[in-house]
Write a protein that binds this ligand. Structure first.
Ligand SMILES: [Zn+2]
Length: 319
């Protein structure tokens, strides 16, 4: 990089950030964990296995958030402080909402753990989403107190059909897009306002999982804006398309490492605060996807359900 990231952000009037799966919290360690491992085993083969796995994963992420990721989000918040920015994230771990980033400037179209839904279309007058934090808090506490016995966990159920609820996320059946559409509308409006402004587009660890959400539309936003610049950071899929070579920088690096390096000059107080958090965690290997349990067919199907985006017919992609 010719300039530091902070200088690029400083120069921009608006900053669009895309966050992908290299930034997602990994849950593989649950399988060998003395608490979660046996619970996952008990869930195996049960009628409501998929829901139970979501609940356990939710508990794991909430009770053991990856400190290195939280620190990276806080660094990003520091960089964007006072700027006109918007973040689109494919991550479903909700860690971004625990940072200093403005939740009103974030959209997470793949959902997460902030709301629950029924797994099928219930004939009901009730709201499609359960957003009462008491419901999810009760679930957390029930798992805390289960003593290693999954049968002792109170599953939250649909008020209409009494089946266990799912989290409002893209790997659930009948994913209810109501959960993110208001944020999405705010984002598209914001994006329209970037035309002819000095726009910096920053992609952090965004692969090709949902290119119609981040990669292709981001490239278009840069292509059609004379004043736009792009920084694409990814450990493997960092290549820039031919037509954006003049306006873009590719960085072949883990995006979390990149952010930490680029913000190494932060204030000592902030450093101390984040150092304590990152020290308790092993370094994470972001090559594994957080949604590893998701079948390719499901991914394709759910991708098609997402709101209309610019066409993804790029035939000169580098990957
Ligand atoms: Zn129901």
């Amino acid at each position: 990089m010719t300039d530091r990231l902070s200088e690029q952000i400083e120069k921009a009037q608006m900053v669009l950030v895309g966050i992908g799966n290299e930034f997602a919290m990994r849950c593989e360690a649950m399988e060998t964990d003395p608490f979660y491992g046996p619970l996952l085993e008990q869930a195996g083969g049960e009628e409501y296995e998929a829901q139970a796995v979501q609940y356990l994963r939710f508990h794991y992420i909430r009770r053991h958030p990856d400190g290195r990721l939280l620190a990276a989000y806080d660094r990003l918040a520091g960089l964007l402080d006072g700027k006109n920015y918007f973040l689109v994230s494919l991550c479903t771990d909700d860690l971004i909402y625990r940072s200093g980033l403005d939740a009103g400037r974030i959209v997470t179209p793949c959902g997460g753990f902030r709301a629950m839904q029924c797994g099928r279309e219930c004939v009901t007058d009730q709201e499609p989403l359960v957003t009462d934090p008491n419901v999810t808090e009760a679930l957390l506490e029930s798992i805390d107190a289960c003593g290693g016995n999954l049968d002792a966990v109170d599953f939250p159920v649909c008020a209409e059909c009494t089946k266990p609820l799912w989290f409002n996320r893209i790997d659930s059946p009948d994913y209810r897009e109501e959960g993110y559409l208001p944020d999405w509308q705010r984002y598209t409006k914001w994006l329209q306002g970037t035309l002819n402004r000095q726009l910096l587009v920053l992609e952090l660890g965004v692969g090709m999982q949902f290119p119609q959400i981040i990669r292709f539309p981001f490239e278009k936003a840069v292509f059609f804006n004379q004043k736009a610049r792009m920084i694409r950071v990814h450990s493997r899929l960092y290549q820039m398309t031919e037509e954006l070579k003049e306006k873009g920088i590719s960085v072949a690096q883990d995006p979390v490492d990149f952010l930490m390096e680029q913000t190494a000059g932060l204030s000592a107080a902030q450093e101390e605060q984040t150092a304590g958090l990152s020290a308790v965690q092993d370094p994470v290997d972001f090559l594994m996807e957080q949604t590893a349990g998701l079948s390719a067919a499901q991914e394709e199907q759910t991708a098609a359900d997402l709101p209309p985006m610019q066409d993804g017919s790029g035939d000169d992609r580098d990957n």
